[in-house]
Design a protein around this ligand. Structure first.
Ligand code: DGJ
Length: 748
């Protein structure tokens, strides 16, 4: 590393010429060895399984051992790809930083390390070995006038996250096209798993071989997207929930973004991601900065470990929700736009009688919003449908001891609205003359215009100030096509996304304790960016339990159950037309933040009694569900899915067996219940709020479990050898509750 003058305004420890810093971070079974050397961008020599204490020699040996040889007919030095890959280091894959000066120069920076701090302090030694820590690295290219602050956290959960802040230190503007970060994965990671999806079918998994080239998942929707990559995994072929090393990245951003897996012809493999910037969207004046979103990275032996690191991280947030998540009734599928005080107070009475704790008034209460063609942007209560305002409904709901929640779509505007008529310049459009195509009959309100932002904020605050409102369902129902500031034509998705986050924070600051649900045409906004500002996500507009089984399985790969809105709807699904029993609907909704979205006036007395039993069960079990570890069993192609939640002490668990189809064979593979202590014994009971599944011929162990006191079974049988699987009909479920008995055994 050649000596460089230290930046005058920073506390910089410039590594000695030719010297190297090695930083070994280790937490929760994960090691990260950072190699900061030779005047290049820092690189990761190891990210994966914990290595134990290495000592200085071990760190040097590992860094040296992972330097690749110089292949023929390529640059004459070994190319170790950095966290911010760049061409000047010999990297010929996708560069992490792309941009240029107006004259075309500055597009190939040579950033080098100029300073390193660990938990805010420059290291005293060239070798550092520590636990979870916050690392900051200053990079600079004085010639091109660019500086980058790279931040890397190894969190106590073993989750890694990185972000970069670019500063234009040169003279004149710098146009930034991309700032993405990357992490290396080993050559054993031969298979990729990420997600696709669409409205009402979010997060459908897709696997492929990790071949040479780039698997690039770009999102230009201006929202996370029903088809978002969600998490991009690379792992040993066939990796499952419980086994197989796997590495995953997630870009924590709700605007345009990308995820990528890249494998070069030299067999270097990277996972990366960042924000997707539109042309000219970020132009940095001298001294201007841009900060990337966090790129989260999780390593595990099996997908459950990858997920657990995210779950534990989210649960450690200071504003994370209480485990006693209130049973919610959302009125959308019950009444749609038919807002009528009498009907809604009746619904509130019925909800309260069931034990519902939160009542949410959905779309249709404001402005001219009698259907989805008008009114967005006018956040004032409609005198037409609410002649006495919302007070009577809210008072009624609160008199039942329920919390009141309300729907907003703050980033949107209908052209048929007072605000659009008064301020057409607030509508996002590529030019004053041309509007983007409509989507759900609506346009986007430009929150990067301070007056537009203030309009929405003030109207929202006025309503929140006038009533006891504890919860906002924050919706966002269209993609951002051609979303620019109308007067200038300049793209504004980046600013819009940041403004939405800012508005959420302002509302929460003004109303401490206010919860916000992130919804976007159902589940098109599920990401860790929005979850820094919100408290749950609406998984999908499809409440069909069969579809939800798959969506919950994969949504929970990123977020814990208490953040997934999970409702019981009417017997016939409004989006698929399928009919399901109440038992399967409730069974499928139980492992999530439970709600109801059903016109209860149309439910029979028997259904209401059954529903009450499920709500009671949820209340009894929610603390376990929302503090325990999610476990999902690997069962090959079997349509008999098994997932559970096991308490951290492994003394309590709840397992759900769900038949999502019919098997080709007469019997299913055995049930091996993951996460239990094989050395313990557990009392196993069946929980049957809807009675036993029909046509059930239970295997002998289940016959004993179905008796009043259940049966005690050894952990070795439950967790290792496995149990004969019962033959459930399709779209049936069975819940098993397990409690540790003091000693192992198989007696009753
Ligand atoms: C889309 C949401 O996902 C639904 O739950 C509902 O709130 C509608 N928007 C209202 O317009």
């Amino acid at each position: 590393m050649s000596p460089q003058p230290a930046a005058p305004d920073r506390d910089v420890t410039a590594p000695r010429p030719g010297a190297a810093h090695r930083v070994h971070l280790a937490a929760s079974g994960v090691s990260v060895l950072l190699d900061v050397t030779d005047g290049r961008v820092p690189a990761i020599a190891h990210w994966g399984r914990a290595l134990g204490a290495l000592g200085p020699e071990g760190m040097d040996a590992l860094c040296e051992a992972t330097v690749p040889p110089v292949p023929q007919n390529l640059v004459d030095v070994p190319v170790r790809v950095g966290l911010l890959p760049q061409v000047s280091d010999g990297w010929l894959g996708r560069p992490g930083l792309a941009g240029s000066r107006p004259d075309g120069s500055g597009w190939t920076p040579r950033l080098i390390t100029r300073g390193l701090r660990i938990d805010g302090t420059p290291p005293a030694d060239a070798h550092v070995e520590t636990g979870a820590a916050h690392v900051e690295i200053d990079l600079e290219d004085p010639e091109e006038g660019l500086a980058v602050l790279l931040e890397l956290d190894l969190l106590p959960t073993g989750l890694l996250r990185l972000r970069a802040r670019l500063t234009n230190t040169g003279t004149g503007p710098y146009r930034l096209d991309e700032l993405s970060l990357s992490l290396p994965v080993t050559a054993t990671a031969d298979e990729l798993l990420d997600f696709a999806g669409r409205w009402t079918k979010e997060r459908t998994p897709q696997r492929r071989a990790f071949t040479v080239g780039t698997h690039l998942r770009e999102n230009r929707r201006g929202r996370t997207g029903a088809d978002s990559a969600h998490l991009l995994h690379a792992g040993r072929p066939g990796f499952g929930f419980r086994e197989g090393e796997v590495w995953a990245v997630h870009t924590a951003f709700s605007g345009n973004h990308r995820h990528l897996a890249e494998r070069t012809s030299s067999d270097q493999r990277l996972l990366g991601g960042g924000e997707l910037l539109l042309p000219g969207e970020v132009a940095l004046e001298q001294g201007g900065t841009y900060e990337s979103p966090w790129l989260y990275a999780s390593y595990g032996d099996g997908l459950d470990q990858v997920a657990a690191r995210f779950h534990r991280h989210l649960r450690s947030r200071p504003h994370h929700v209480d485990a006693r998540r209130p049973v919610t009734l959302n009125v959308w599928e019950a009444v749609y736009f038919d807002h009528d005080l009498e009907r809604l107070t009746d619904l509130a009475d019925r909800a309260a009688a069931l034990g519902v704790e939160r009542f949410v008034l959905d779309d249709g209460w404001f402005g001219s919003r009698r259907d989805d063609t008008s009114g967005l942007g006018d956040w004032v209560v409609s005198p037409e449908v609410w002649p006495d305002g919302l007070g009577p409904l809210i008072d009624h709901v609160r008199a039942h001891g329920m919390e009141f929640g309300i729907w907003f779509e703050p980033e949107m505007v209908s052209e048929d609205s007072d605000v659009a008529r008064a301020h057409p310049e607030w509508i996002m459009a590529p030019s004053p003359e041309r509007m983007p195509l409509h989507s759900r009959n609506q346009q986007v309100l430009n929150l990067s215009i301070p007056e537009a932002y203030a309009h929405v904020r003030d109207q929202m605050l006025a309503l929140l100030g006038a009533h006891e409102i504890g919860y906002i369902k924050w919706d966002q129902n269209r993609d951002l096509l051609e979303s620019a500031t109308r007067a200038t034509g300049r793209a504004a998705v980046h600013d819009q996304t940041r403004a939405a986050y800012r508005l959420m924070d302002e509302l929460r600051a003004a109303h401490p304790g206010l919860e916000i649900e992130a919804c976007a045409s159902g589940g098109a906004r599920v990401d860790l960016g929005v979850l820094e500002h919100t408290d749950r996500v609406w998984v999908s507009d499809c409440i069909d339990p069969l579809e939800r089984q798959q969506m919950h399985r994969w949504t929970s790969q990123l977020i814990p159950l208490e953040l997934m809105g999970s409702h019981i709807a009417s017997g016939r699904s409004h989006t698929t037309g399928r009919l399901h029993t109440l038992g399967f609907r409730a069974h499928s909704a139980l492992m999530g933040h439970l709600g109801i979205e059903w016109d209860l006036a149309a439910a029979s007395e028997e259904e209401l009694a059954e529903l009450t039993a499920w709500i009671t069960l949820y209340k009894e079990r929610r603390e376990l569900l929302f503090t325990g570890d999610l476990v999902r069993a690997d069962r090959g192609e079997s349509p008999l899915w098994l997932q559970g939640v096991v308490s951290s002490e492994r003394d309590e668990a709840l397992f759900a067996l769900s038949a999502v189809g019919r098997a080709d064979t007469a019997q299913h593979p055995r049930l091996v219940l993951p996460g239990l202590d094989p050395a313990a014994a557990y009392r196993v009971r069946a929980l049957l709020p809807s009675g036993p599944p029909s046509h059930l011929t239970p295997p002998p162990w289940l016959s004993r479990v179905l008796e009043a006191d259940g049966a005690v079974l050894p952990g070795a049988v439950l967790a290792v050898a496995g149990l004969a699987a019962p033959l459930l009909d399709p779209e049936q479920g069975l819940l098993l509750s397990l409690t540790r008995e003091s000693a192992a055994g198989a007696s009753r």
